[in-house]
Write a protein that binds this ligand. Structure first.
Ligand SMILES: CCCCC/C=C/CC(=O)SCCNC(=O)CCNC(=O)[C@H](O)C(C)(C)COP(=O)(O)OP(=O)(O)OC[C@H]1O[C@@H](n2cnc3c(N)ncnc32)[C@H](O)[C@@H]1OP(=O)(O)O
Length: 386
C-alpha cells in the first residue's frame, strides 16, 4: 500500500493540528521528508558551520541521500544491461515516493502517540509516548508493545530495533505481570527493513555489516534475558526475524490469517534470533530445515502443529479471544510466573547467548556476500517480492 498524494496532503494538515511539540529531532525529520518528497534529493549548497539551524536542516535532508549507495553500486555493477540514466531517474522518483510514504507514516505515528497521550483511556494505567515506531501501553497488568509502521508492513528499521530494546527494558521494570508484542495493521512484521542496508557509514559496507551484527546481537540478547512472560499476538503475516524470535517467546497466539516465513536462503542470509538452535529443538531438525534452509512458508495451523505457535484463533475473534486469555494470565501471581520462567530459561541462557553470538558473526559475513547484496538490491529496485 503506497501513500497517495491525498494521504500526503492530509498528513501535512495533520501536522498543523498536533497539540504537542514533537521535539526538534522529529521536526527535522518531518522537514527532511517533506523536502525530499516535494523537491527530491537535496539540491541546496551546504550552509556554513555557524548557520546552525539551516545546517541542521540541510544535514537532515541530505542524509536521506540522493541514491542508496549499495543500490547505486549494484546498478553500476549491472551497467551492461541497464541504462544508468533511466535507472537513476527511476530511483530518484522512487526516493520521492518513499519520502512521501515515510512522511505519512511518521505523521500517523505522531498523531496516535501525541494525541492519545492526552486522552487517558478508561482503565489505562499508563500510555508511553516518545516512540516513533511503536505504541506502548500498560493496562490490566499487561504491557503491550505494538509494532507501528503499518504502511511498511511493520518492517523493523534501525530506529525500531533501538526502540524495541528500550521498550523491553522499560517493560522488564514496570508494574506489569506480562508483556505482549503485536503489530498494527495487516502484518505482524515483515522482518528486517531491507532499506537498513542502504545507509552506509563512512567506513563502508564492512563497517555497516559489523555495526549491524553488534546491534542484532544486543537486540536478540534483550529477548533471551527478558525476565517476565513474553507473549506474541501474531495478528497477520510474520517474516524473517519477527518469526525467528518467536522461539524465545513464552507463548505465541496467532490469527488464522498469520503466516510464518523465513526466506533466508532466498536473501543470501542465514538464521538469527537463536532459531538455528530453538527451531530444531521446537519442531525437530527436518521441519526446521524446511523453514530455515528452504524458506518454506507455514500457515498458522502448520506452525501450531510444529510447536512454534501455542494456539490459533479465527481472525474475526482473534483480538477478543486473545485479550480475554491474556487478562486471565495477568491475574496470576506475577512473582510465581517470573520465577517459573527463570527456572525454565536459566538452564538455557548460556547456550542461547553463545548461539546468538555465533549467528551474528556468520551473518556479518553473509551481508557482504554477492548473494545477499543482489537479493537486497533486487528488492529495493522492486524486482523482487517474497
Ligand atoms: C540490524 C540488522 C539486523 C538484521 C536482522 C536480519 C533479519 C533477517 C530478516 O528479517 S529477513 C526478512 C526480510 N524481509 C523481507 O524480505 C520482506 C520484504 N518484503 C516483501 O517481500 C513484501 O513487502 C511483503 C511480502 C512483506 C508484502 O508485500 P505486499 O505486496 O503486500 O506489500 P508491499 O511490498 O507493497 O509493501 C508495502 C510497503 O512496505 C515496504 N516493505 C515491506 N516489507 C519491507 C521490508 N522488510 N523492508 C523494507 N520495506 C518493506 C514495501 O517496500 C512497501 O513500501 P512502499 O509502499 O514504499 O513501496
Amino acid at each position: 500500500m503506497r501513500a497517495s498524494q491525498k494521504d500526503f496532503e492530509n498528513a501535512m494538515n495533520q501536522v498543523k493540528l498536533l497539540k504537542k511539540d514533537p521535539g526538534n529531532e522529529v521536526k527535522l525529520k518531518l522537514y527532511a521528508l517533506f523536502k525530499q518528497a516535494t523537491e527530491g534529493p537535496c539540491n541546496m549548497p551546504k550552509p556554513g558551520v555557524f548557520d546552525f539551524v539551516n545546517k541542521a536542516k540541510w544535514d537532515a535532508w541530505n542524509a536521506l541521500g540522493s541514491l542508496p549507495k549499495m543500490l547505486f553500486s549494484s546498478i553500476v555493477h549491472f551497467s551492461e544491461c541497464l541504462f544508468i540514466d533511466r535507472g537513476l531517474k527511476l530511483v530518484s522518483s522512487s526516493l520521492q515516493e518513499t519520502a512521501r510514504h515515510n512522511y505519512v507514516d511518521l505523521v500517523s505515528s505522531l498523531s496516535s502517540s501525541l494525541e492519545s497521550s492526552s486522552q487517558v483511556e478508561p482503565g489505562a494505567d499508563k500510555k508511553s509516548t516518545g516512540y516513533e515506531t511503536l505504541m506502548m501501553t500498560l493496562e490490566d497488568g499487561i504491557t503491550k508493545i505494538v509494532f507501528n509502521r503499518p504502511t511498511k508492513k511493520n518492517a523493523i528499521n534501525t530506529k525500531m530495533y533501538d526502540e524495541i530494546m528500550r521498550a523491553l527494558k522499560a517493560a522488564s521494570k514496570d508494574d506489569s505481570s506480562l508483556t505482549v508484542l503485536t503489530g498494527n495493521g495487516d502484518y505482524y512484521s515483515s522482518g528486517n527493513d531491507l532499506t537498513n542496508f542502504t545507509d552506509i557509514p563512512p567506513g563502508g559496507v564492512e563497517e555497516k555489516a559489523k555495526n549491524s551484527a553488534i546491534l542484532l546481537r544486543e537486540f536478540v540478547d534483550c529477548f533471551i534475558d527478558f525476565p517476565k512472560p513474553l507473549i506474541a499476538a501474531v495478528n497477520g503475516p510474520a517474516v524473517g526475524i519477527s518469526v525467528t524470535l518467536l522461539g524465545l517467546f513464552d507463548a505465541v497466539f496467532a490469527s488464522d490469517r498469520a503466516t510464518f516465513h523465513t526466506p533466508f536462503s532466498h536473501l543470501g542470509q542465514t538464521p538469527e534470533g537463536c532459531s538455528s538452535y530453538t527451531f530444531p529443538k521446537i519442531m525437530g531438525p527436518a521441519k526446521a530445515t524446511e523453514m530455515l534452509v528452504f524458506g518454506k512458508k507455514l500457515t498458522a495451523r502448520e506452525a501450531c502443529t510444529n510447536g512454534l505457535v501455542t494456539e490459533v484463533f479465527p481472525d474475526s475473534t482473534f483480538q477478543k479471544e486473545v485479550w480475554t486469555r491474556l487478562k486471565a494470565f495477568a491475574k496470576l501471581p506475577p512473582n510465581a510466573m517470573r520465577i517459573s520462567k527463570e527456572v525454565m530459561r536459566n538452564s538455557e541462557k548460556e547456550k542461547l547467548h553463545a548461539v546468538n553470538a555465533e549467528e551474528c558473526s556468520v551473518l556479518q559475513g553473509r551481508w557482504l556476500s554477492d548473494e545477499c547484496l543482489n537479493a537486497v538490491s533486487n528488492f529495493l529496485s522492486r524486482k523482487a517480492r517474497l
